[in-house]
Design a protein. Structure first.
Length: 385
């Protein structure tokens, strides 16, 4: 990656007009830029980010194959994104009551550090014709014919892909998630668990439920490990560290950092107009698993395609999100409500241990755009005790 990422990019110094300005250059923002350039190859697309790349992002680092499918549809080679990080073909789950299941995934996942993954996706967007500048956005003003940023930039359409604490979302007057719709997670790196090679591990618990710990192997003997729970449970750093050690005994991670996760059970309604939201800024975090990369690149791709509609971009983006994700989000929200009862989670995990089809449905619902199917619901009911 060389000097491209290590060079400090000067802040914007003069008023300029762009077709599309994307605030945030992570996966959601880079996917937005890729899609905007594909929808209108002559468009001028500017990515703004307050950080230099590569930069770390607190995350589990897991990448579902469906996220790679979205990026492949934008012209990005999945093999280039995951180069050096082998596929992880299996997933091990433990329910709050101790029911355990380990099975092969229908399609293998990957675990790539975000410092690597985000820089690779961003590089693809820059190769695709977008431009990048380091700039921390502080003020956004929407006009009928344009959107102004900090008095130095204007754009036909602005896309907020600036994360959980989105400045763009605040500028739209949209409230942050309530504590029971906001999770917080602590993440670090540690040696793989014994016998973990090629296996992602997720362990849940009845204590401080709903909460879980994870260990995702990178393929080099290390694993991304972490623990998360709802903010409404009174989460503190000490409680997060205690939960991690309780569920993954013996694990001593380094580089522990925390991050808030706005869950999709309180996603804002995309307003009409020239300002769009994607990824974490749109509260697109799976409420069952905390997964967000699939939602990020998918919503970014939809935002980029909608940006060509100018003043009608907000409505076009809202309709596209509803068509593509609406049914799944209703199902994941319903599953999240059901999961508040650990007994139901125990039954679902026992059903997944008994039937590969149920296991696949659970994974698709938690990591991609799956739904609550009648056979899976019936299987869970049969395993209630």
């Amino acid at each position: 990656m060389g000097g491209r990422w290590g060079r400090r990019v000067p802040s914007v110094a003069a008023v300029e007009h762009w077709d599309v300005v994307v605030v945030g250059a992570g996966p959601a923002g880079a996917a937005t830029a890729l899609a905007a350039r594909r929808a209108a190859p002559s468009s001028r697309v500017l990515l703004l980010d307050r950080a230099d790349f590569p930069r770390d992002k607190v995350c589990g680092d897991g990448i579902a194959p469906e996220a790679l499918d979205v990026l492949a549809g934008l012209g990005v080679d999945p093999a280039a994104l995951t180069d050096g990080y082998p596929a992880v073909p299996r997933l091990r789950l433990r329910s709050p009551g101790g029911a355990a299941v380990e099975r092969a995934l229908h399609r293998p996942a990957h675990v790539v550090p975000r410092a690597v993954l985000d820089a690779r996706i961003l590089d693809a967007a820059l190769i695709g014709g977008a431009e990048l500048r380091r700039h921390q956005v502080r003020r956004l003003t929407a006009h009928p014919d344009r959107v102004e940023i900090d008095g130095v930039l204007s754009a036909d359409v602005v896309v907020g892909a600036d994360g959980a604490e989105s400045v763009v979302r605040r500028a739209l007057g949209l409230a942050p998630n309530e504590p029971d719709r906001m999770a917080v997670a602590l993440r670090g790196y540690a040696p793989e668990l014994p016998g973990q090679r090629g296996v992602q591990v997720i362990a849940t618990t009845e204590q401080r439920w709903p909460a879980y710990a994870w260990s995702f192997p990178l393929g080099d003997g290390r694993a991304n490990v972490g623990y998360g729970e709802l903010v409404s449970g009174g989460a503190s750093r000490a409680a997060l560290v205690e939960g991690l050690h309780r569920l993954l005994p013996g694990v001593e991670p380094d580089g522990l950092r925390a991050h808030r996760l706005p869950l999709s059970t309180q996603r804002p309604r995309q307003p009409d107009g020239r300002v769009l939201l994607a990824g974490d800024a749109a509260s697109l975090i799976n409420p069952l698993t905390g997964e967000g990369i699939f939602y990020a690149v998918l919503s970014g791709s939809l935002a980029g395609a909608a940006a060509v509609h100018g003043a009608d971009a907000g409505r076009a983006h809202r309709r596209a999100l509803q068509r593509r994700l609406g049914r799944h989000l209703r199902h994941s929200s319903a599953a999240s409500r059901l999961s508040r009862w650990p007994r139901i989670m125990d039954a679902a995990f026992r059903a997944a241990a008994a039937e590969q089809r149920v296991f696949d449905d659970v994974v698709d619902l938690g990591l991609a755009d799956g739904r609550l199917t009648l056979p899976t619901l019936a299987a869970a009911v049969r395993h209630l005790r």
